[in-house]
Design a protein around this ligand. Structure first.
Ligand SMILES: [Fe+2]
Length: 291
């Protein structure tokens, strides 16, 4: 099986992993960037590009060419840096066609239809389920892994599996399922689908939150075999009923993510801020709608 090089970048502010997937032999310069971050300070409304610039610097140092800017889902906890990175390095921003459902869900909340088209045309490309594609020399495909959101997508590039928030590392478990359109039952089915991949494949997660007392720093990868043996929520032997009951109980009353409202509206524009008013860009906050 093809083994692309994978470089992870951790953003400590949002616990997000961004990945660059590339040909380590240097023979093919094309790469994919998965789930990038645009830093955002809620209190001041100030964006910063520190996280994205680290990735840009890496791409430049390796003299890579950005072929794809892939999003695993519409993130609720950080703004995507895809639009910013594309403006610097080019590349095709792509996500699953299932985000049309996410657009539909949030349209009555933000009423941003004027600059957030409901047909998803703000993304350069929408993947169909099971679609195959290439990242440089590597065979790639997507699988639909809903649960955390209805649109979660896993990208499989060679032996590397980028699951976003469908699953986390073994001692963390899986992503919360209480966002609109989320489903613990779907999350279980998606996780089991992922655990059906080959044992030696490498699963890269979208976040890491080392549990208190775990005595480890944030990490990004576990093999399918390790996940099957040890994932605290979905390892082999845990039934769907048990999983769903515990997932739902644990999600009940969970706090709304700090950056939910800025993240969703910006990420539904593929990282854009929409129409400016006299040169000023705005984030819209619906009052008394969420939570
Ligand atoms: Fe997420």
């Amino acid at each position: 099986m093809q083994k692309p090089d994978v470089r992870g970048f951790f953003d400590p502010d949002t616990a997000t992993w961004t990945y660059v997937v590339y040909d380590g032999t240097g023979a093919d310069k094309r790469c994919a960037i998965i789930d990038s971050v645009l830093d955002y300070d809620m209190a001041s409304g100030r964006t910063k590009t520190r996280s994205a610039d680290r990735v840009i610097d890496f791409v430049a140092a390796k003299e890579l060419e950005v072929q794809w800017l892939l999003e695993t889902h519409i993130h609720a906890d950080h703004l995507t840096g895809a639009d910013y990175i594309r403006s610097k390095l080019g590349g095709t921003i792509a996500i699953s066609k299932h985000i049309l459902r996410v657009l539909e869900t949030w349209a009555p909340i933000f009423h941003n239809e004027a600059d957030t088209p409901p047909d998803g045309q703000q993304f350069d490309y929408l993947f169909a389920d099971d679609e195959t594609f290439k990242v440089g020399p590597f065979d790639a495909r997507i699988i639909h892994t809903p649960g955390h959101t209805p649109a979660d997508t896993t990208y499989i590039i060679g032996d590397a599996v980028f699951v976003g928030d469908a699953m986390f590392l073994p001692d963390v478990g899986t992503g919360r399922c209480d966002f609109p359109g989320g489903s613990a039952g779907d999350s279980y089915e998606s996780s089991r689908k992922l655990l059906g991949l080959k044992d030696n494949m490498r699963m890269y997660v979208g976040h890491d939150y080392p549990p208190e007392g775990a005595g480890r720093v944030p990490q990004c990868m576990a093999t399918i075999a390790e996940q099957k043996a040890a994932n605290i929520r979905v390892k082999d032997g845990i039934s769907k009923e048990v999983y769903v009951a515990k997932r739902n109980a644990d999600d009940k009353g969970k706090a709304v993510p700090r950056l939910l409202l800025p993240s969703i509206q910006v990420n539904l524009r593929a990282g854009g801020f929409g129409k400016a008013t006299k040169g000023v860009r705005y984030i819209k906050i619906p009052v008394d709608v969420i939570g």
